[in-house]
Design a protein around this ligand. Sequence first.
Ligand code: OGA
Ligand code: NI
Length: 378
Amino acid sequence: MKSTSTSPTEVASEEEQYYDKISDLKAFDETKAGVKGLVDAGITKVPRIFFSPADEFDKVSDPGKNEFYVPVVDLDGIDKDPILRKNIVDIVRDASETWGFFQVINHGIPDTVLEEMLDGVRRFYEQDTEVKKEWYTRDGSKTVVYNSNFDLYRAESANWRDKTYCNMAPNPPSPDELPKSCSDILVEYSRKVRELGRFLFELLSEALNLNPSHLIDMNCAEGLAILYHYYPACPEPELTLGASKHADYDFLTVLLQDHIGGLQVLYQNQWVDIPPVPGALVVNIGDLLQLISNDKFKSSQHRVLANNVGPRVSVASFFTTGLMPSSKIYGPIKELLSQDNPPKYKETTVREYSLHYNAKGLGGHSQISILLSFRCPA
Ligand code: OGA
Ligand code: NI
């Protein structure tokens, strides 16, 4: 029989491991050069702070070989034909209820703008490291927050990616507060993605059988944070992840990904690829939209695999005011409730919800239960 008591030497070695991890994390953080810095230095082994725990759904998933495809919605002509619009709303409703994800094409943002946005992200990360370091911070109140792993000291394992966060609305920064390497395109892309976001909120309102302006009138489209990512090529991609599994904490996310791939959504307990489609944007429901739709729409877990052909770049547009002071209360939308469909969630503010999310970090089980911790007792 195995003894449950621990000998003093075992305790010491556990503590040693713990302190090792902290000092490894600190050393990595202090380079301010992110994962790209490790790759630039010629690393051939993934350091253990990046080792990802095995995922319970990996063994049943065979991405690319299952019969599931995330819906691709063509918005071409939607404003000219009410019947087409109704058909599109039906597809959006179905996708939002089941996948929590869909892709859109002919969404009105020109390919040239998408390409230039991705180029701008590459220019930012590939500029002189000494210049880039000046943006490196963990102070979330800064206009531009560049770092590697916002949850570095809290997460179970670090991700093989670098990230930059800018709040673009409702209080847009002046262009000279943004990095020169991508400031013009950030401003232009944000403006266009905000317009698209408003349009998507109209379709989503209609999909909930509400007035088209309902979600916009609730200020769901008010805040926009742009998060742009760099996933360097990884020498041992099976040991780590580009992004640990998580659900997004906003109302809605519009994601621009390049041609590399690696994004996956958890669908019917299987990891399913969301393949790059030229000119497309990936749209996904966030936790706050699941909450206000009283579980009609689903905020699905997703992740990004590490790759050995990168860098991969992506730009996530988060519709949320994030940590901005907010007094507006969000709970399940009254019009959707009935005796058979009582509210499933407690009311919250965007700031309160975002604080919970930030405190947990990505991956593991704690992050997944955030929405659950707002559920009403059954
Ligand atoms: C995110 C995210 C996926 C990607 O930023 O929340 O899921 O492809 N990004 O970068
Ligand atoms: Ni996400």
